[in-house]
Design a protein around this ligand. Sequence first.
Ligand SMILES: Nc1ncnc2c1ncn2[C@@H]1O[C@H](COP(=O)(O)OP(=O)(O)OP(=O)(O)O)[C@@H](O)[C@H]1O
Ligand SMILES: [Mg+2]
Length: 289
Amino acid sequence: MSDQAQNLRLKVESLRARKETKAIGVISGKGGVGKSNFSLNFAISLAQKGKSVLLFDMDIGMGNIDILMGNTSAKNIVSFFEEGLSIVDVISKGPSGISYIAGGTGLSRIFQLDTDKVSRFFSEFEGIVETYQYIIFDMGAGISEDTVPFILSADEVFVITTPEPTSVTDAYAAIKYLTLQKQDLPFYLICNKAVSDKEGMNTVKRLQQVIQQFLQKDIGILGVLPEDRAVTRAVMEQAPFILTRPHAKISAALGAVLDKYLKRIDDKQDLIPMKAGFMGRLKQIVFKR
Ligand SMILES: Nc1ncnc2c1ncn2[C@@H]1O[C@H](COP(=O)(O)OP(=O)(O)OP(=O)(O)O)[C@@H](O)[C@H]1O
Ligand SMILES: [Mg+2]
């Protein structure tokens, strides 16, 4: 291939990637509802469909995504800030070809530290965003100052709740807080640890109605994931259930959630062909503070 043709091909590929990079924030009100297990297995499922995926453990200082896949990484986002590693140095390879950035231990509130370090992060992060079709942010429980810009800039925000009333009210509080900052943030509800499909659907439908009534906001429902011992076993074995138990109830339900998500965004892309990108929104939020 001539140099000119090669350059043109690279340009077309990078334009295509830019258009397709989607940022998904996975959040909850209450802790321990299954965000990390969902994020990891969802990321792997996307990769199995041929998508390039970066999973970013934003539970900074308390990260466990690497433990869930049995790779305790020496490199993580804390080493980016503390040891001056580059962003490429802290990206690891996970199962099914996913890339991931581990959350590390010991340090929190990194984005409130030294502004030079934070600027270096955003400039290096911008350089790699377009390499991926999907970036999934697994957030810590609740909303923190560190994570809020990433959530507000995301293309989609998945809110995970369980059927427990405490989990549902905390999810509502998180959605309300974020909606007051950005009314058109696209939320999608997922009920995890449901004893039955009916119980799970009732939970998310009720929450959807309350949000419509009190926040005048329409939000989507992505589906219900069952309470399944396959998840606890996978955690103990440090091996993602989608790989070791592809036929478990939880794996089938996750597959249905993924199909629904992909169908929705494909539909949406037809309606909204041009939209300001994730990185543009993120920089606007971070640097106007
Ligand atoms: N569908 C499920 N069925 C059974 N157990 C589950 C399910 N999902 C999660 N769990 C259990 O809940 C525990 C917490 O899950 P996970 O670490 O993914 O939650 P989290 O929301 O990321 O927690 P944190 O708020 O601490 O980040 C897991 O160790 C697992 O045992
Ligand atoms: Mg977690």
